[in-house]
Design a protein around this ligand. Structure first.
Ligand SMILES: Cc1ncc(COP(=O)(O)O)c(C=O)c1O
Length: 411
């Protein structure tokens, strides 16, 4: 190591610090397609950790659609949407996504993005630009996803938007802060299904608050799209709501099994984001083959197969809720395929994840800053491809592992 290369020395020291605090993250490499059985670093494991909730990531129909899309459109889009990258596959996908949400958002239009991270950043930074600098307020929920947090920070830096954080699932805390706000534009932004807790935002009440205080409501339904609602249209279908105040964001790399995301809102908002959403304007369009595969995924989600897959998932969720009891570890109240188990310390979460790995399971420890300090956890997730027996075997194993961790006096 060179003595006077300060940045390199800092990198070594900072990583050593993370190691000491048990906070260093490590990559693991799979040899297999995303499914409930994974070969990870040359070992066969049962995966209960992906966001492929409907089990579509390795679905033969989607593999076929992706190949057909590549044959038809090639493998790259070649440019941003506004230059020459916007293909008929993108256009068809956006129309279909808008149709998915059309019962819930008047005059709905959708805009496709390469990732949910970019969609969130674009929506938040773009919408605050509807007013002059310093005239917008953003109300962001306490446990929001990192991409929302980063979008809020960027909007605050670029547009001098005021930022308020309200307590998780505490609408009084939101109302108290909104009451005296004189700013011209107010954005309320939050996860629809909270990514690390699995609980669902109270959308009906949030719409009423948005109406009372003349606010826009941005809902990031990354973990609800495909899962919630009879037809899998997401959280708005689940609550059967309709409002022009909603800016809906769905991701397409989780339950939809492919990749990408979309913003759906009343047409003027989407048209505005096409004009002013910098990450949208200055980024190469996703390969059209992906949009083509997503069209097939939306058909599956809406059709009978999607319905059956959601029903099976709900059966798994019910079994977990009734049969998974811990002595000291804590389950979180959740009706979604995200079922966290809170262990508290980083050491305990890492020890449990290691024991699970030895028992043939892939459920990584989730630690701060992804979750608040002192709430390190196992984030157990279900896929419609899991069998009931797979889940019952996991429940048995987790009970044994809790005993082992308690016996080793780690808890
Ligand atoms: C709540 C939430 N929003 C946004 C994202 C980002 O989506 P993407 O992975 O498509 O960038 C994620 C996930 O990773 C998420 O959990």
């Amino acid at each position: 190591m060179s003595k006077d290369f300060h940045a390199l020395n800092r990198a070594h020291d900072q990583i050593a610090d993370l190691d000491a605090q048990l906070l260093r993250r490590k990559l693991r490499t799979t040899q297999t397609a995303c499914d409930i059985k994974a070969n990870v670093d040359q070992r066969d494991l049962k995966a209960f950790c992906s966001n492929d909730y409907l089990g579509l990531a390795n679905h033969p129909k989607l593999i076929e659609a992706m190949s057909e899309g590549a044959k038809r459109y090639g493998v790259g889009s070649g440019a941003s949407h506004l230059i020459s990258g916007h293909s008929i596959a993108h256009d068809l996908l956006e129309k279909k996504l808008a149709h998915f949400e059309s019962a819930h958002i008047p005059d709905a239009r959708a805009l496709f993005f390469s990732t949910g991270y970019l969609a969130n950043i674009t929506a938040i930074t773009g919408l605050v630009r509807l007013v002059d600098q310093g005239q917008a307020s953003i109300y962001s929920a306490g446990l929001n996803h990192a991409s929302i947090i980063d979008g809020v920070k960027l909007a605050s830096a670029q547009s001098k938007a005021s930022v308020f954080i309200f307590d998780h699932q505490n609408l009084d805390s939101l109302i108290t802060q909104l009451k005296d706000d004189q700013n011209l534009l107010k954005l309320i932004v939050l996860d629809g299904v909270f990514s690390m807790d699995g609980d669902i935002a109270p959308v009906k009440e949030l719409i009423a608050i948005a109406q009372t205080y003349d606010a826009l409501l941005i809902i990031d339904d990354a973990h609800g799209f495909g899962i919630l609602g009879k037809q899998g249209h997401g959280i708005l279908e689940h609550f059967d709501v309709c409002s022009e105040r909603i800016v809906y964001i769905g991701t397409l790399g989780k339950a939809a099994g492919v990749s990408g995301a979309f913003i759906c809102a009343s047409t003027p908002f989407v048209e505005w984001l096409i004009q002013k959403g910098r990450p949208y304007i200055y980024s190469t369009a996703t390969p059209p083959a992906i949009a083509h595969a997503l069209l097939a995924s939306l058909d599956l989600i809406e059709g009978d197969e999607g319905t059956h897959r959601r029903q099976h998932l709900n059966q798994l969720i019910e079994i977990w809720r009734t049969e998974m009891n811990f002595k000291r570890w804590q389950k979180v109240e959740s009706n979604t395929p995200i079922q966290p188990v809170i262990l508290g310390s980083n050491a305990n979460a890492l020890a449990a994840a290691k024991l699970l790995d030895e028992a043939g399971y892939w459920i990584p420890a989730i630690r701060p800053p992804t979750v608040p300090a002192g709430s390190a956890r196992l984030r157990v997730t279900f896929s419609a491809n899991h069998h009931v027996d797979d889940l019952r075997e996991l429940i048995r194993t987790l009970k044994e592992i809790e005993q082992l961790v308690i016996k080793d006096n780690l808890t």
